[in-house]
Structure formats: structure tokens, C-alpha cells
Design a protein around this ligand. Structure first.
Ligand SMILES: Cc1ncc(COP(=O)(O)O)c(C=O)c1O
Length: 365
């Protein structure tokens, strides 16, 4: 069996340290807002090259709290890509704002600048740019498209821990450091994954940092002082301890993913398979291929006991929960990624033998 992703094997060397840290938290009964949370926030902000990071309970809440923190005009428009995880959409709806979809590019998973330019109106208050599959959006082009309008850029960096965009800076801008706010998920399967739900928001703004500390902690920082209406969306102390340990190997794991992607790029050679275009700086949360023979490929992978994924089987406008909002609208590139995309195994510890097997199976169609 070639597993899609194997968290236990990846983290085996950290097993004893993780258990020891968990025992210590129990011994000290430090369950809520323990020091591990603040340590992780400091370490993660440094990793992302931002002044601040605020832990919260998930990537979904990171997006929602970010929109809340910006205090956007009710019913103003927030642009999001048509191919992303449902949470990007739900955050906009939960915040009482109007989602507007833009298509992605035809062979790259990030939003189409051409379509973005058409969708910006006087009512646009924010754009959530999604660094899908670990591929950063072209930030300098997005800024150009906005011109000087007061539109906030929020990054959905749930899939892009450590990814860089080289479009505006020769050293590359880190995911989470480009927009006014950067939203991360530490869902277990992410490049940096916890052992349950967890998320964080990064920012360079002190005001937003202070506001978000309150928003995630029922509206206050001190016990029983609730200055604003807030939410219970704290980062769990156990998860912060695990994340602190795992953060140390994130760069190495990302490099392994890049090597795996290079292997696929070189060794998948089949006229029925289209490789999508990733840029330098991508951290390959997913390696996705497109094929009109998608069904046949899936059958073949299953027959050969190779696990795969679909990210995502339905674009945003086709989700049952959203069908009525986006009735009669079509986003052809997002639809094509849903219909023809297959995510190949991308576990950072995949062995060369396994990669050869995957490529041989794909080339045999
Ligand atoms: C692009 C994107 N946005 C948001 C989320 C939501 O994160 P979470 O599952 O931590 O709520 C995810 C992950 O699942 C994601 O991939």
C-alpha cells in the first residue's frame, strides 16, 4: 500500500517528546492559554516573518475572526476563488458579507488576475487570496489589480506554511506575511499539522493583533472582563505543544515535498496527463495532475493500492450549501480542476521505490 499521507510515521521520532510535553501540561493543569500557546505564537510569527501570530481553534475560525477584526461594512463584497475549501466561503457568510467568486487559472490553482479585475466593484471590501496546494498567489499582480482602492487582502494560507511568492521580492514573500492578515490551518494533514483542530492568524498590525487576542477569547484578555463580543476560539494548549515540536521539522518536510514534486515532474510522461504549473516557492501541500481519463486513472491507482485524493471534487458554486447563492454561474477552470484533478501521494517520507511505482502506473494508461 502506498499511503497518501502517514502522520504516525512522519512524527515517530517526536513521539516521546510529544508525550512528555502532554504529561507536563496535565501535571501543571495548564489546559487553557498555557505558556505553550504563547511560545508557539512567538515561534510561528518568526517563521512567517510577521510581528504577531494569534492562535485559534481552526483555519475556518482564523478566516472568520479575520473578517470580524476588519469590521467590514455589512453586505459588502468579499472576493474568493471558486476553487478552494468550503471554509473560505463559510467565513464570508458567517461574517454577514457577500461572497463573489473569481475563477482560478487554467493550469495553475491560484486565482485568475484577469477575472479578478472584472469582479472588483465599488462594493468590494476584501479579497481572500487562497494559496491553494501550497502555491502562492501572485501578490504583486493582485496589488496592481486593486490599484489604490481600499480593499483588504487576507491570505488563506491554510495549505501554504512556509511557501513563498517571488513575484514582488527577490527573496520571496512568505505566505502569511503579504496581506493585512494571514490565516493558517493546522488540521492534521496540513504541512504543519496538529493532533486535532488548530489554526492561527499572522499580522504586522498591532491593533489587529490586540483585537484578535480578544475576539478569540470571548471578547477579553483578562478573566471576566469582556470588552467586545467575542468567541471561544482559543488554540488548545496540547495542540500548541505538538505544533512547537513539529515546527522544527517543517522546512525539512517542505524540502522533501519539493523533491517529490520534482520527481513527478520528470517521470510522469503520458499524453493523457496534464501537469499543472507550480512556481518556485511552492510547498506542494498537494501535487495535482489533470486528466480527461481521471476515472480510469483512479481505478488503476486503486487496483495498485496507491492512495490518492480529490481537492476538491466540487468547486464552491456547486456545493449543495451554496448552489442557490451562485445559481447559473460558471467557473470553467475551477470546474475542470474538480472534474479532472487527482492529488497524488505527497507524504514527505515517500521512498523512491514508491515514487517509481506511482509513475509507472500513471505512465501505463
Ligand atoms: C484552503 C483552506 N481554507 C481553510 C481551511 C479550513 O481549515 P480548518 O480545517 O482548520 O478549519 C482549509 C483546511 O481544511 C483549507 O484547505
Amino acid at each position: 500500500m502506498v499511503k497518501f499521507f502517514d502522520i504516525y510515521q512522519q512524527d515517530k521520532v517526536k513521539f516521546h517528546k510529544n508525550i512528555k510535553d502532554i504529561k507536563n501540561i496535565i501535571k501543571n493543569s495548564n489546559f487553557i492559554n498555557g505558556k505553550q500557546v504563547f511560545n508557539f505564537e512567538k515561534n510561528f510569527a518568526k517563521f512567517c516573518n510577521t510581528k504577531y501570530a494569534i492562535g485559534c481553534n481552526s483555519g475556518s475560525d482564523a478566516l472568520f475572526l479575520s473578517l470580524k477584526a476588519l469590521n467590514l461594512k455589512k453586505n459588502s463584497e468579499v472576493i474568493i476563488p471558486a476553487q478552494t475549501y468550503c471554509s473560505t466561503l463559510f467565513a464570508v457568510l458567517r461574517a454577514g458579507l457577500k461572497p463573489v467568486l473569481v475563477d482560478i487559472q487554467n493550469s495553475n490553482p491560484t486565482l485568475s488576475i484577469k477575472d479578478l479585475k472584472k469582479k472588483i466593484t465599488k462594493k468590494t471590501s476584501a479579497i481572500i487570496i487562497v494559496h491553494l496546494y501550497g502555491e502562492c498567489c501572485n501578490f504583486s499582480e493582485i496589488k496592481k489589480a486593486i490599484k489604490k482602492k481600499k480593499i483588504f487582502i487576507i491570505e488563506d494560507a491554510a495549505q501554504a506554511h512556509g511557501a513563498r511568492d517571488f513575484s514582488s521580492n527577490k527573496d520571496g514573500l512568505l505566505a502569511g506575511s503579504m496581506g493585512i492578515l494571514g490565516c493558517f490551518s493546522f488540521y492534521p494533514g496540513k504541512n504543519l499539522g496538529a493532533y486535532g483542530d488548530a489554526g492561527a492568524i499572522t499580522t504586522n498590525s498591532k491593533n489587529l493583533y490586540l483585537k484578535l487576542l480578544k475576539l478569540r477569547n470571548l471578547g477579553g484578555i483578562k478573566k471576566y472582563e469582556h470588552d467586545i463580543i467575542g468567541f471561544n476560539s482559543r488554540l488548545d494548549t496540547f495542540q500548541a505543544a505538538i505544533l512547537n515540536n513539529k515546527l522544527k521539522s517543517l522546512n525539512k518536510n517542505n524540502l522533501n515535498r519539493v523533491q517529490i514534486a520534482k520527481f513527478y515532474n520528470l517521470n510522469i510522461n503520458n499524453k493523457y496527463i496534464k501537469k499543472i504549473k507550480y512556481s518556485r516557492g511552492c510547498v506542494y501541500h498537494q501535487y495535482v495532475i489533470l486528466s480527461k481519463k481521471e476515472k480510469k486513472i483512479r481505478q488503476l491507482l486503486e487496483k495498485n493500492k496507491i492512495q490518492y485524493g480529490k481537492h476538491y471534487p466540487k468547486p464552491i458554486h456547486k456545493l449543495n450549501a451554496a448552489k442557490t447563492i451562485f445559481k447559473n454561474l460558471s467557473y470553467p477552470n475551477a470546474e475542470s480542476f474538480s472534474n479532472f484533478g487527482i492529488s497524488l501521494p505527497i507524504d514527505p517520507n515517500l521512498k523512491k521505490k514508491q515514487l517509481i511505482k506511482i509513475c509507472n502506473v500513471l505512465n501505463s494508461i
